[in-house]
Structures are given as structure tokens and as C-alpha cells.
Design a protein around this ligand. Structure first.
Ligand SMILES: [Zn+2]
Length: 299
């Protein structure tokens, strides 16, 4: 298998999920052995390689930084590039955070897949492990196990103490269609998390068009109106528990699939194409990137 890059450049425009800042992003082809590198065009072309050693923050999303050049919410574009088998790409952006788009990796994945990839005639260097790696968060009971394997694959389980979103397990093997089954799955949050996150200065670009909102318990009209005022957006007056998702859920287990999408993006920070097997339980960005860092250390 040879290294691959993009056949064309692809432009995307939108707002960052957390900063709410407008941003233009462009995915461009790159020479063999480049890997994935973010370039802040508004900061004189400052380069931020997609490596676990550059992780600056993992609060609700993965942020990379080199010096004062930060790049927020990198996981969805990294997931699309990895899911499609792109070894080398430059991701230009003119602000601090990647656009959230529809909350999934669908637009990236469909645009790239429509053209196919360019074979670069240089053998791919799979990231392979010599021994098993386990990272844990004892407090949350979360863990990720990475094992050397001939057939790379991922199994992920979410387990929320929620009557609406409980335990779900998803699998992805090599050759499964990332574009159809993983890329369209959107990010999500619980309604009761929205207020605390806004207070922390997060999800300024979030709304019901780019995230699934999970309503856990019945919500009063009065509280929904308050939320609508704070978000400066129309929030439907949902009164009963369920999923608040534009156009309905795309898959019954869309939330678990989105976590798998995130994991693929975060694990790419090990610096190349995963040639190993991953099992994850209740993992988020902090544990995902810790696993990527351990892999990078053990190469
Ligand atoms: Zn995500």
C-alpha cells in the first residue's frame, strides 16, 4: 500500500463550535512523508503538525498548539482524512478553530471521496506496535486498549447513566465504509450540560443544526425559553425526553458512532495510519489523545 494525498483542494467555511469565530479552511495535497499539518494562514503560515505532542487542551474537543499558534477542534477533519486513507495533507485555516459544519465529518469525507485519492508511489509507513498499551481514567472507569494486530480495527462502547442514551457498542473493521457509516454522525451534548458549558465560554458556535441535543428529563417551557434567549437562537419547546436532532437521528446509535469518529481523529495524532487494534470504553478526547501520546512514545 502506497501513501496517498488529495487530488484537489477543498474549501469549507463556517464557525468554530466553541469559539463561535468565523473561519475558512482549505484541505490541500501535500508531498509524501508530510503527514497532516495545520497551517494558520492568519499567523504568517505558522505550522502545527497533527501530533499528540502538540495537544494543548482536550476540554470538550481537541486543541493543538505550537507556540502561540493554536488550532481548535481538529478531531473531525483528522477523522475524515484517516477514515479515507489520506496519509498527507495540509489543512489551512484563517482563525483559531476548525469550522463545526453540520457537527460531523460528512462534508469533508464526501468531498474527498468524490474525487478519490492520489497514489504517491511511496510505501505507506503504518504505525505498528510491538506491545499492548492501556490508558485508563480510574475515576470515570474509562479505558483504551491498543493491541498490535494484522487487521486494524476499532471497537468502542459508550455507557452513559441516562435513560435516553445508555450503553451502545460500535465496531469498525478495515474496509468498512467510513464515508457512509461513520462520517455523517454528529456531535452531541446533554441539555443539562449546555448552561455550564456556556458559562465556561464554550459552545458559542453550537446550535441544534450542528449538534444532537439529548433531553434527559422533562424540561419546562420557561427553561427552554431562557435557553433560547441565552443562545440567541430559536430552540424548539421540547418538553419530553428524547433526541433533539435536525432531520432526526441519522443512525439509531449515531452518538456512539460519533464517538468512534472522534476516536479515529484523535488517534491519528500518533502520527500516521493506525496499523493496530483499538478497544475503547467510555473514552473521550483526554483519554484518546493520551493513547495517541503513548503510541507515539512507544514507536
Ligand atoms: Zn466530535
Amino acid at each position: 500500500m502506497n501513501q496517498q494525498t488529495l487530488k484537489n483542494t477543498y474549501s469549507f467555511e463556517g464557525r468554530g463550535l466553541h469559539t463561535g469565530k468565523p473561519v475558512r479552511a482549505k484541505l490541500c495535497p501535500a508531498p509524501a512523508d508530510t503527514g497532516v499539518v495545520f497551517v494558520r494562514t492568519d499567523l504568517g503560515g505558522a505550522r502545527v503538525p497533527a501530533l499528540a505532542s502538540n495537544v494543548r487542551s482536550t476540554r470538550r474537543s481537541t486543541q493543538l498548539a505550537v507556540g502561540r499558534a493554536k488550532v481548535g477542534t481538529v478531531e473531525h477533519v483528522l477523522s475524515a482524512l484517516t477514515g479515507l486513507g489520506v496519509d498527507n495533507a495540509i489543512v489551512e485555516l484563517d482563525n483559531v478553530e476548525m469550522p463545526i459544519l453540520d457537527g460531523s465529518a460528512r462534508l469533508y469525507a464526501e468531498a474527498i471521496a468524490a474525487d478519490g485519492l492520489l497514489d504517491q508511489g511511496v510505501p505507506r509507513k503504518w504505525i505498528e506496535l510491538k506491545k499492548e498499551i492501556i490508558v485508563r481514567n480510574e475515576k470515570k472507569g474509562a479505558w483504551i486498549k491498543v493491541t498490535p494486530a494484522g487487521e486494524p480495527g476499532i471497537e468502542l462502547t459508550i455507557d452513559f447513566p441516562s435513560p435516553v442514551l445508555g450503553k451502545q457498542t460500535v465496531n469498525m473493521a478495515m474496509g468498512d465504509s467510513y464515508v457512509k457509516s461513520i462520517a455523517p454522525c454528529r456531535t452531541f451534548c446533554f441539555l443539562h450540560e449546555i448552561m455550564p458549558q456556556l458559562m465556561l465560554g464554550l459552545i458559542k458556535g453550537g446550535d441544534v443544526n450542528n449538534a444532537i441535543v439529548i433531553v434527559d428529563k422533562p424540561v419546562s417551557r420557561c427553561r427552554m425559553r431562557r435557553m433560547a434567549r441565552i443562545l440567541k437562537k430559536d430552540v424548539p419547546e421540547v418538553l419530553k425526553p428524547g433526541f433533539l436532532a435536525e432531520g432526526g437521528l441519522r443512525f439509531a446509535d449515531e452518538c456512539a458512532r460519533h464517538k468512534l469518529l472522534d476516536l479515529i481523529g484523535d488517534i491519528r495524532l500518533c502520527g500516521g495510519m493506525p496499523g493496530f487494534r483499538i478497544e475503547a470504553y467510555k473514552a473521550g478526547h483526554t483519554l484518546n489523545t493520551a493513547a495517541a501520546r503513548e503510541i507515539l512514545k512507544n514507536l
